[in-house]
Design a protein around this ligand. Structure first.
Ligand code: UD1
Ligand code: MG
Length: 459
């Protein structure tokens, strides 16, 4: 097999996005567009992959890291000029070069491989991936001659009224004979509506040089959707969501309503998990098998074990074990660890805390900077008082301790193994194992005092 190279263009700012963020850094299903493209390209096994960067170069390089080589295009003079930045590296190489744009996040490695095979099998100088659209506006048009062969590509802004009627568009994904690409790249001029050096003009030049140029028409338009504005970004998001959801359903995950289920491109979910509508799973989240998630649940960057139930809750940057019950209406904040079979119930907030196996905080509790052992029971309304206005302090509650309702545990404090804390106590000193702590004033009942006040007669 000859050498294969990929060049991904990602140097433009993306004016039509009207954004401070560089276009290719906009996310589709939680992953920057450029990363989607690079991930697919890497699956197609190229000898070398180059990403041309310019606007937001640092951000793009930071996002891609070691997964590609970078070339800097200092001034963005057009897509042909962008490819020219690879001349030093590739100009003298034999082989095949695929060029694609960083704003087509739905392209798959299968389609890239198909285009390469199509070009190589036909011994063509270039193969262009095209698509037929009901609304081709904005895209370059594929103009064919009387024989139906590709004659040239005309940009939307340069097209005549007649050319604008053409529904076959340039997807911006090409496979070139590398030497032929670089032999003509320098000859592209910028005499056009945008005064830019257009890469599609190389195709036109190849045709004019009697080289064989062929078009592969894809039936999967969505794969080639170019994102230039927020409307197209929303369309890309929808197609990507459908693709991700389909993948999980085929793998054995039940989505009660796929159209109302939002799973990030980087999550993994075990078989027989059921996800109810309104669930948003973002970042690098892993959910085990047999879980029940949702409805109306947000989970970001978490690891969740198997057979766990999360109902109408928010979980962030945390680890949750097997057969845990969370919610409804719980908030698990970052750096929490909730072990097997624990229960975090209604209106419970957990922050940077570890909850041991089978421990329970069933209602109206705040656990911040706390470490709970196993089989601990937190009564309704209990609070770890972890902040004095300046510093945060830890609370330790050892195995089997029982904290009565509405207790305040003023940190730093330790409640020993098997200890009891009476309801309504404000605990400021540690409690030894197996002790009972009561920290509230004793109740006094004054017999018949109510009658003396004559309260009822006055009302
Ligand atoms: C381009 C094609 C058009 C095609 C469409 C498909 C050209 C001239 N036109 O139009 O035929 O139908 O894509 O989506 O190629 N870029 C650089 N450096 C530059 C200019 C652009 O790296 O100097 C990058 C951009 O970051 C972007 C990509 O190239 O990722 C394409 O540029 P864009 O401005 O989006 O081109 P389109 O107008 O969409
Ligand atoms: Mg574009």
């Amino acid at each position: 097999m000859s050498n294969r190279y990929a060049i991904i263009l990602a140097a433009g700012h993306g004016t039509r996005m009207n954004s401070k963020l560089y276009k290719v850094m906009h996310q589709v299903c939680g992953k920057p567009m450029i990363q989607h493209v690079v991930d697919q390209v890497n699956q197609a096994h190229f000898t070398k992959t180059y990403v041309v960067v310019g606007h937001g170069a640092d951000a793009v390089q930071g996002c891609i890291g070691e997964n590609a080589n970078f070339l800097l295009q200092k001034e963005q003079l057009g897509t042909a000029h962008a490819v020219l930045q690879a001349e030093d590296q590739l100009g003298e190489q034999d082989g095949t070069t695929v060029v694609l744009y960083g704003d087509t996040p739905l392209i798959t490695h299968q389609t890239i491989e198909k285009l390469i095979r199509f070009q190589e099998d036909h011994h063509a100088a270039a193969a262009v991936l095209t698509a037929k659209l009901d609304d081709p506006s904005g895209y370059g048009r594929i103009i064919r001659n009387g024989n139906g062969d590709l004659a040239k590509i005309v940009e939307d802004k340069d097209a005549t009224d007649e050319e604008k009627q053409v529904k076959e568009i340039n997807t911006g994904i090409y496979s070139f004979d590398n030497r032929k690409l670089f032999s003509l790249l320098g000859k592209v001029n910028n005499n056009n509506a945008q005064s830019e050096y257009y890469l599609p003009d190389v195709i036109t030049l190849l045709v004019q040089n009697s080289e064989k140029v062929i078009a592969l028409k894809t039936d999967h338009f969505e794969e080639t959707l170019g994102v230039n504005n927020r409307l197209q970004l929303a369309v890309a998001e929808k197609y990507m969501r459908e693709r991700i959801n389909r993948f999980h359903m085929i793998n054995g995950v039940t989505l009660i309503d796929p159209a109302a289920t939002y799973l990030s491109a980087e999550c993994t979910i075990g078989a027989d998990t059921i996800i109810y509508p309104g669930t948003v799973v973002s970042g690098r989240t892993t959910i085990g098998s047999g879980c029940t998630i949702g409805p109306h649940t947000q989970i970001s960057n978490c690891v969740i074990g198997k057979e766990t139930v999360v109902n109408q809750s928010v979980l962030e940057d945390s680890w949750v074990g097997d057969r845990v019950q969370i919610g409804p209406f719980a908030h698990i904040r970052p750096l929490s660890k909730i072990h097997d079979q624990a229960k975090i119930g209604n209106f419970v907030e957990v922050k940077k805390s570890e909850i041991g196996a089978r421990s329970k905080a069933s209602h109206l509790t705040y656990l911040g900077d706390a470490v709970l052992g196993e089989d601990v029971n937190m009564g309704c309304g209990t609070i770890t008082v972890n902040y004095d206005g300046k510093n945060k302090f830890a609370t330790h509650i050892e195995d089997g301790a029982f904290i009565g309702c509405n207790a305040n545990l003023v940190a730093p404090v330790t409640i020993g193994r098997g200890a009891f804390v009476a309801a309504g106590s404000t605990i400021t000193e540690s409690v030894n194992a197996d002790a009972l702590a009561i920290a509230r004033s004793r109740q006094t009942n004054k017999e018949n005092y109510a009658l003396k006040l004559n309260y009822r007669n006055n009302h």
